[in-house]
Design a protein around this ligand. Sequence first.
Ligand code: B12
Ligand code: SF4
Length: 472
Amino acid sequence: MKPRTLLVKPPDPFLQAEFVYQQLAPHYLESWLAAHGYPATLVVMYIAPDALGRRSEPRTLADCHMIVVEDGAVVTDGPFDSAIFDDIDLLALSVMTPQAEYAGWLTAAARKARPGIKVMMGGSHARYYLDQVVALTGDEACDYVVPHDGWQPLLDMLEAGLPDGPRSRILSHQHDLKLITMAPTRPLELMARYSYEIAGLPAFHTVTALGCPFTCHFCEAGGERTRFFPREMIDADLAAMAAAHRALGRDKFAVMFFDDVGLLNPRQTRDLAARVAAHGYSAWRAFTHAYLVVRHGQKLLGPFAETGGRRVGIGIETGSQRSLDLINKRNGKAQSVEEHYEAVRIANRLGIAVDAFTMIYPWENERDLAATTALIEFVIDNPVVGEDHLGRPLRNSVDSTIMLPYQGTRFNALLQAGQVPGVSLKSEARQRELFYKGVDASSGWVYDETVLPRERYLEVQAYRNSLRPDYR
Ligand code: B12
Ligand code: SF4
């Protein structure tokens, strides 16, 4: 009999809401296993809200809930039960850093319930915090650790009969994405749980590529080679999402591309727009960059707008030229704050609302803060041509966070080396206890010293976020 895999998405109490976006990796891996004839069960874990709608941090697995999906149907939705490990040969965990603690609990529980089970961990936590994953000991240590693409390592270990060996074996592989033609699974009963809207229409999300060509110094993923999925896969995926929308009784629906750069150049945008239209979507959202909008204008955003592109996400980061230069988004190439203003004007004239992502940096003084606040006020006030599908005027939106220099980022190294005047970090050990340990998708405060007091940054952040319109 072929070994059976349990693909698990751990819970996300870190997020304000858990059923907004699917965590796609387990779904890609599930369809890959099916194509290779290996049986798998999928488990989506979550924290159930209390009577007042609040979710609290779980203390043990008993505080978690799970949705169990087999052959595309939900077979259980209820409290966590370690009976899910019965008949399982491989526990395959997909882990982002905020989920790492729960992954450890799951590994230990699986070993207790089923001695001899093998555990494999993949996802962005294994990629960016590999040293910490490999250092796990006792029952929480994994057998196989996959820091990059999961498709081949998973298949290799299953075909080899889940070989024994020392714990924490690193299996690193980068797939030629042209060979990945199976779209992620979209189990209907699960899709019905996700709730997200674009321009007044229900939306699902996907990605068309992995990696990012940019080099923001605050980002863990900066500079990873960009690899595109083949058109065959994008078509299959758009068709599957459209079928799910229709099966849920929706005649108009939307899609969001979560790629770091969804609209990269006019040709790629034209091709993607044609696919979106061909599959019957009425609205879509994607991400792009200010300098690309300024450089290509109508050529980049025209095909997007004409096929229902109603919102574009742009990391405009800051209105302070000094901070923008320090971020180094374009690997040494200049980017100007004026381009941020211009990109918003261009998009808005074409009937596209901008979701502008900005940050506050720990070296910023009152002048820097005022410059970004002025940019944000401009974004919020700038009129957008057109209406959404509920007849409401399209409105720009903003998001303000405080930059935290995660482990492995260039800013972490620069701050650690004391190269930014007025800013210092807590010890490395203390930082590890604070990153991704917070509520409402924020981390703890990793700074010992910042140019202005934390309270001032929080006050400015609260003001900026208060400017958001009440719909998007
Ligand atoms: C969509 C998305 C989200 C969505 C959905 C989450 C998801 N994981 O799908 C939402 C909005 C919920 C989200 C939230 C957050 N996100 Co996010 N997100 C993304 C994004 C843009 C795409 C994810 C995706 O679908 N990728 C495509 C799949 C195929 O790639 P993948 O998940 O990496 O999986 C591959 C491998 O990692 C591996 N793999 C994955 N799982 C497994 C499991 C096994 C067993 C194996 C063998 C292999 C394997 O195989 C896959 C194929 O190669 C990525 C950036 C990116 N481009 O990947 C950021 C990213 C994953 N997010 C990131 C961050 C920081 C966050 C937040 C912390 C942001 C915040 N402050 O709220 C939260 C945390 C959420 C939480 N879990 O609590 C970071 C991760 C950092 C980290 N250390 O883990 C990333 C890398 C962005 C970045 N550049 O910094 N995110
Ligand atoms: S654009 Fe910048 S922040 Fe976004 S993924 Fe790329 S390097 Fe990271």
